[in-house]
Design a protein around this ligand. Structure first.
Ligand code: C5P
Length: 250
């Protein structure tokens, strides 16, 4: 039986909501990975590992191949530098970029301004997404190391509200936090959720984790998935199995 998700969204649309994290050092490794996935991927994430190794040209490399691109550089700096960084980043044609909400409202507003200034006339600005708490962080780590007291969920919701106030399009969080974020902000405030593991795959360094199907059931707009697919023995099968699991709500 199909879940509500698939009654409302075609498979094609769901493909566009699965962002594959390409955490590789070289374009060759990326090409091998995409080839092993038999062109099933529509949206990719370029993180620091690939961007620092291959430079900004990697963004147009993907765009020329018809893929949507999330550039995940997690900017966190003084407002003036954040603004300049976003102005430069906007020129590369990404569809989504991000920063740390912990940089504060002034930094987020400056970043938004930079992004708009850097976007060429007639083009759409990339979606600007704020990182709340990394999905590798636990409440204990947040309390004891970052020195933020209280519940992790409360900190995530507080950051989401700040990001909404600063005019961001959405936040990065764990899928487990999507319902409380939507409730505290607005239903169309986007949620982009790493911390995704297909059934049976290793958690690795992630702690606030769930499956792709559960993430969509919780109302996420985009899932970000990396190693469960890219490090699988048969990536194409892992991807196809994931699509079936989402379809069946398992
Ligand atoms: O391999 P895995 O599925 O854990 O990859 C998750 C990806 O999402 C990584 O590229 C990581 O940098 C990114 N990410 C994250 N948590 C955040 C923001 C981004 O795991 N809060």
């Amino acid at each position: 039986m199909e879940t509500a998700l698939f009654q409302d969204h075609s498979l094609h649309q769901v493909d566009e909501r699965i962002i594959l994290a390409l955490d590789f050092q070289t374009k060759e490794e990326v090409m091998n990975c995409l080839a092993s996935l038999e062109n099933q991927v529509r949206y990719v994430k370029v993180g620091m590992e690939l961007f620092y190794a291959e430079g900004s040209a990697i963004v147009s490399f993907f765009k020329e191949r018809g893929l949507q691109v999330f550039v995940d550089l997690k900017i966190h700096d003084i407002p003036n530098t954040a603004k300049g960084s976003m102005k430069s980043l906007a020129k590369h044609g990404a569809d989504m970029v991000n920063l740390h909400v912990a940089g504060g409202v002034a930094m987020m507003e400056a970043a938004r301004e930079g992004l708009e200034q850097g976007t060429s006339a007639g083009s759409k600005s990339p979606l600007l997404i704020g990182v709340t708490m990394l999905t590798s962080s636990s409440q204990q780590m947040m309390n004891e190391q970052i020195s933020i007291p209280g519940r992790l969920e409360d900190a995530v919701v507080h950051y989401a509200c700040l990001a909404n106030q600063a005019g961001l399009d959405g936040v990065v969080a764990s899928p487990l936090e999507v319902p409380i974020i939507k409730q505290a902000t607005r239903n169309d405030f986007l949620t982009v959720t790493p911390g995704i593991r297909t059934v049976g795959s290793a958690f690795g360094d992630q702690t606030r984790v769930t499956t792709p199907a559960k993430a969509f059931e919780l109302g996420t707009d985009y899932i970000v998935i990396g190693r469960s697919i890219t490090q699988a023995e048969e990536p194409a099968k892992a991807w196809a199995d994931m699509i079936v699991s989402i379809r069946e709500g398992k």
